[in-house]
Write a protein that binds this ligand. Structure first.
Ligand SMILES: NC(=O)c1ccc[n+]([C@@H]2O[C@H](COP(=O)([O-])OP(=O)(O)OC[C@H]3O[C@@H](n4cnc5c(N)ncnc54)[C@H](O)[C@@H]3O)[C@@H](O)[C@H]2O)c1
Ligand SMILES: O=P(O)(O)OC[C@@H](O)[C@@H](O)[C@H](O)[C@H](O)CO
Length: 502
């Protein structure tokens, strides 16, 4: 069967027209991240705005990691066009909508085409930089600046791009960019700005440049919310391809619900990015914190809570996990009794939000793979659940048993060994192999610690103590901060494994 770009006869007239136009439009947006989420969220929003004739820019999309090359190449091969299927319940009504999205005016690998990346700096139309590189990608990591060699990290690449732009336009006030990071980190815009300034210091960029960065560029704090489930299972994908008359390796699926809260002056921003005008659920707000706390702690917190444990129990999807009597109840109880009580907000509204979230998790049309959610679980646990755990301990003077259980699940999930270069595998409680995706250096560290337990006979408690001592993972010296934790985790893991105590 032919791929999507070879069967435009199967597209609607509007889709064909918008696709033909996109290569003629000025590039107004640089997108760092080719993943499912941005394609099912931001790119869809731009497409919706284009459809209504209220946005006339194209996006240059690049991948944030060297090894994302195959994906960006696959997207480029199909002329940047891909299918998005939105399925689920929308205000109680069942909806299923299929759209060929076409918003990319350039699709390229920035590592191979570094000059093309830097050339974006001199593009006068460029206004926005949008990113989603997961929490692991929005970090500062020391890097050397080498002439002609691509910067590895996302914030590093952005710094270099901004510096080029600053030089080309002599620090013109109107040439600053607006960054819209979508990474689920609290105050993601502030974090990005801090990284840019740190790289500027490292690379000896002048103070005047840093002033320009701060005064004439915007690093907006944003909070995204939409469950984007990516490529569906093979049977569903094949059934659709049969029906549509073309194949699409970049097909992605999403729920109808979407929300984007952005800390910015909406009256100004809508002139540049008319998202509210397009009828999208976008909120320009003065204070993102309430949106942030509610969503990251409850929705993402619940995902982070359930994922390692559910995978260890051979579950594959969120819905079946929520439907599982034991794990489903564990998730609800932990959210309601350990997460919500320590949040400084109206508890009743939070409990209602949690109920809505469970409904979204139970969406019968969505198959949200735990394996996808599991990516970079170490940093997610550290940013989403660990602060909650520590705060609960301090505030309530007791152990939050659900969060502790989730912590033990996380650590047991990371009982990995290196299968081949860059690939780390673990085994579920019933012995099924799974692959863990996380920062390679961290995985190596964790695998080395588990190896001492597995092969050198180190006790489980000592192994836990060593793991808890890793401040680079937890941001705290947990072994010292909470001396009893190693024993508690070891007990839970032993119980999980079915090892009886003497
Ligand atoms: N899929 C969703 O429903 C959804 C919704 C909201 C937020 N998110 C966030 O998006 C992330 C997952 O993205 P996705 O669903 O598009 O998955 P994906 O696997 O399709 O894409 C992940 C993207 O992040 C990049 N990435 C991963 N690790 C990185 C690292 N260490 N450094 C730099 N880049 C890295 C990948 O190259 C890719 O571009 C999660 O962190 C999640 O919090 C996802
Ligand atoms: O990788 P995470 O944990 O940040 O995100 C996985 C899911 O929690 C995430 O994809 C949610 O579905 C999304 O954040 C909903 O808005």
């Amino acid at each position: 069967m032919s791929t999507i770009h070879l069967r435009k006869d199967k597209w609607t007239e509007q889709q064909k027209q918008l696709h033909e136009q996109v290569s003629q439009l000025p590039i107004k947006i640089l997108q760092i991240g080719e993943g499912n989420f941005l394609r099912g969220f931001f790119d869809w929003m731009i497409y919706e705005s284009r459809k209504q004739g209220i946005y006339d820019g194209a996006i240059a999309v690049t991948q944030p990691r060297l090894h994302g090359k195959p994906k960006i190449e696959a997207l480029a091969k199909q002329e940047g066009a891909y299918t998005l299927v939105t399925r689920g319940l929308d205000q109680g009504k069942q909806v299923e909508q299929k759209e060929v999205i076409s918003v990319f005016g350039a699709v390229f690998d920035p590592y191979e085409y570094w000059e093309q990346f830097l050339a974006l700096a001199r593009n006068e139309s460029l206004r926005i930089v949008v990113s989603n590189t997961t929490e692991a990608g929005l970090v500062y990591r020391e890097e050397q600046l080498q002439e002609g060699v691509a910067i590895q990290s996302f914030p590093g690449k952005l710094t270099k791009l901004l510096y080029e732009r600053y030089q080309i336009f002599n620090g013109a006030a109107d040439k600053g960019l607006i960054c819209l990071p979508c990474e689920l980190l609290e105050r993601n815009g502030d974090t990005l700005k801090t990284c840019v300034l740190k790289y500027s210091d490292d690379w000896g960029y002048p103070e005047a440049f840093k002033t320009w960065v701060v005064e004439h560029n915007q690093f907006l704090n944003t909070l995204v919310d939409r469950i984007v489930t990516g490529y569906p299972d093979e049977a569903q994908a094949n059934a659709w391809f049969e029906e549509w008359g073309y194949e699409d390796t970049q097909l992605t699926t999403a729920e109808p619900y979407h929300l984007w809260a952005i800390e910015a002056d909406g009256s100004q921003m809508e002139k540049i990015l008319p998202l509210q005008q397009a009828g999208l659920n976008v909120h320009w707000v003065d204070d993102l914190v309430p949106f942030q706390l509610r969503k990251v702690r409850i929705l993402n917190g619940a995902h982070t809570l359930m994922t390692p444990l559910a995978i260890l129990h051979d579950k594959e999807h969120v819905r079946e996990t929520m439907e599982d009597e034991r794990i489903g109840a564990f998730v609800r109880q932990t959210v309601e009794q350990e997460i919500i009580p320590v949040m400084p907000m109206d508890k009743q509204a939070l409990q209602q939000y949690a109920q809505d979230v469970y409904e979204r998790f139970l969406n019968p049309f969505i198959r949200h793979r735990l394996a996808d959610i599991a990516m970079n679980s170490l940093s997610k646990f550290t940013t989403r659940l660990l602060p909650n755990y520590l705060y609960y301990m301090e505030q309530q003077q007791s152990i939050p048993s659900g969060l502790l259980q989730a912590f033990a699940g996380l650590i047991r999930y990371y009982k990995v060994s290196q299968a081949e270069a860059g690939q780390f595998v673990g085994k579920t409680l019933s012995g099924v192999t799974y692959t863990v995706r996380d920062d390679e250096a961290l995985l190596q560290e964790v695998a080395a610690i588990w190896k001492q337990h597995e092969q050198a006979g180190q006790s489980l408690v000592d192994t836990m103590t060593e793991l808890l001592g890793k401040t680079n993972i937890w941001g705290h010296q947990l072994a010292e901060k909470s001396p009893e934790l190693a024993q508690q985790l070891a007990d839970i893991i032993e119980e999980m494994e079915g090892v009886s105590h003497e």
